[in-house]
Design a protein around this ligand. Sequence first.
Ligand code: FMN
Length: 376
Amino acid sequence: MAKRKKLKLGAVIEGVGWNYMSWRHPDMPADASENIEFYVKQAKIAEAAKFETLFLIDVSHVGPGNIPHYLSMFEGVSIMSALSMVTKNIGLSATIASSYADPYSAARQILSLDKISKGRASVNIITSNAGGMVNFSRGHLSESDSYPMQKEFMEIVLGLWDTYEDDTFIRDKARGIYFDPRKMHTINYRGKYFSVDGPLNISRSVQGRPVLYTAGTSSSMIENAARYTDAALILGESLEQAKAMTTELKKRVASKGRSPEDFIVAMTQTPLVGRTEKEAEEKFREMERLIPLYRIQKPVFFGSAEKVADQIQEWYEAGAMDMIMVRQEYPTGLKDFVDLVVPILQDRGIFRTEYESNTLRGNLELPIPEHRYVKV
Ligand SMILES: Cc1cc2nc3c(=O)[nH]c(=O)nc-3n(C[C@H](O)[C@H](O)[C@H](O)COP(=O)(O)O)c2cc1C
């Protein structure tokens, strides 16, 4: 069997957090979700800890009942582009909804981010929760349409990212040859939902193409992931649920003739850790007191740093995930995880102590995909 990859870590950068109360904590800047200095600080914490990636979860529409974070937050590609200039190794991922966005524009934006960051971009192409019809001139689709639409979206994006072969652009000033047109490819895609000819107007990435994620829970999500993506983002409600989902995803990837070791299952978690169990309990009670009538759930990964590290090791060794996307509710949630849990995971040899590569694919230990028009 292939050697197991090291655990991967991502930091979900979501300002005031995915909840109703964190913005009220005295240590949380109330405008964190649209505060560039806050994002830079979080990005630097994650990069210093050698996380593989930053990650942004997104919404397609908002209303008064939404959590504060979603009411006023940065758009993903914009904030990731800004963060690419203040980081060097860490990956940058935005989320784009295939039910609402346009695949040509998405392919162009993400490949631009990849070139700006010199091979560190990725995108999470999700069908998205219902509701975008109010903003995107399009009705939300049922699963019977949304996943077939996502399939077309992914086929187009992947096709466009192979518009140019690696050596297309000669840029020979003396001979006046800018590029070799035989190495430029169109896709001429005609689908039920999208029609795109190509070519795209940006050259191929040093990492082959941006890393592609998707997220969801259904068999249709698994099918599109198994065919097209490098990674899937899942929920991590319990060890059993996550293990079953990961096993199914890897099985389906293998059924497409792909290597399951080269497919990453990432899970979202909101760890709350303290130096001791008591300290974690105190942090939890602090959060509870911020909205007394609102009941909050204890995170799945909760307690002393040693206990949380044990839990992560157990889940990782059981094959419940390859990667954790760390979210934070407590104002110093990411920093506490980095300061207290990451060193234990490093001591145990589960998580890296240095970046191995300058590209996201390199650090995720994913191979550079072959160009579809270049026979090796
Ligand atoms: C782990 C996870 C992350 C998700 N992230 C997003 C997101 O960032 N934005 C969004 O609009 N929907 C998000 N979704 C919703 C999915 O895109 C999808 O619409 C929903 O889960 C229904 O599809 P399913 O039946 O495959 O679960 C997420 C779902 C899961 C399980």
